[in-house]
Design a protein around this ligand. Sequence first.
Ligand SMILES: [Zn+2]
Length: 412
Amino acid sequence: MEINTKRVWERIHQLSCIGATKHGGVSRFAFSLEDRQATDLVIKWMKEANLHVTSDSLGNVYGRRKGKREGPPVLAGSHLDTVPNGGKFDGVAGVIAALEVLQVFEENDIITDLPIEMVIFVNEEGSRFAGGLMGSMGIAGRLDNSIVDSLIDNEGVILRDAMKSFGAKPDEIHEAVRTKGDYTAFFELHIEQGEVLESQDIPVGIVNGIAGPYQMKVSIYGRSGHAGATPMGLRKDPMVAAGMVIQEVERSALEEGKTIRGTVGFIKAYPGGHNVIPEKVEFTLDYRDINPQNRIKAVNRIKDYIDDICENRSLKYDIITTQNTQPILLNENIVSLMESSAHEYNIPAFIMPSGAAHDAMNLHALCPTGMIFIRSKNGLSHCPEEYSTEEDVALGTKLLLSTIQKSADGYL
Ligand SMILES: [Zn+2]
């Protein structure tokens, strides 16, 4: 049973024409006209593959293929919305791969024991309406219903109105909620968006966990002064302390485990002048790991370090935790199922964590969940240069097919 590599490749490129920018990228924001057009094109292909197409109150689209018996279906899919001037593969690859699997089953008269569904999740990126992961949060019952009136895009459009124009039902979003047991498993194929696979020279990744961010805002307070008139020994300079903390962030991330990442992505000095010792420096800290113990070790280490440095230098500080999303370990049976399938089909695959968030994080709350990564050229994503080869997408789709088929035939 072969997947149609050319069809997959052509569909990815056809979708990239909808919302194409003059800079070579794609801008297809959630609930926009372009989002609707892209979704409708995929629905047309879904119907050609003989799928039974439905959509829920959030605007998520499902396509179902019957099994030999009724029962909780195996679900697979991703998203079609993009960031501004984003790439052709993020999300789209996972939607088209899931569709391809179902179409190949149709063409080869494969009826699995359990039904199989594909899904297109709405507003994964959160580029137009903040937050993102909206479709998957909604079905996992994690969505705050009030967002339909509180979220407004840059043009002043309320989420409620955008959803309505898309054909969704903002007053009934609770009806999209699914419960545990509704699905046998969920699979998402996605581009890696990093350089790990490329550096290993391996086309496909089997994801064993999704790192959760622990984010803090740190403010260090000192004493402002003239850059020329204040001798070095008499200063209380929060910028020097901030610099030492930033170095310690790198050290702690390198020393506390292989999978941990530590980042300072924002820094601001007050009042902020080239000849003024700042009175306050503000910066952010972002630690991620799939291992919650390592993550908390690194977080505590940096907090202790800030405390020591500020005490030694007679500075004051405060730390606010702005986000604490728990890391997720994906289903071990699925990881080993994917490993054995990759071996069976001679697909070189590498087990790795995901540093970025995905819809799979929310599906994990509903059913056993797995993810397949495709190698990204130069690790680039969310930009026009985002690229994966035809061969790599095909290998990932083949692994997805085998995993879906075995799961729907009772392997899990
Ligand atoms: Zn994505």
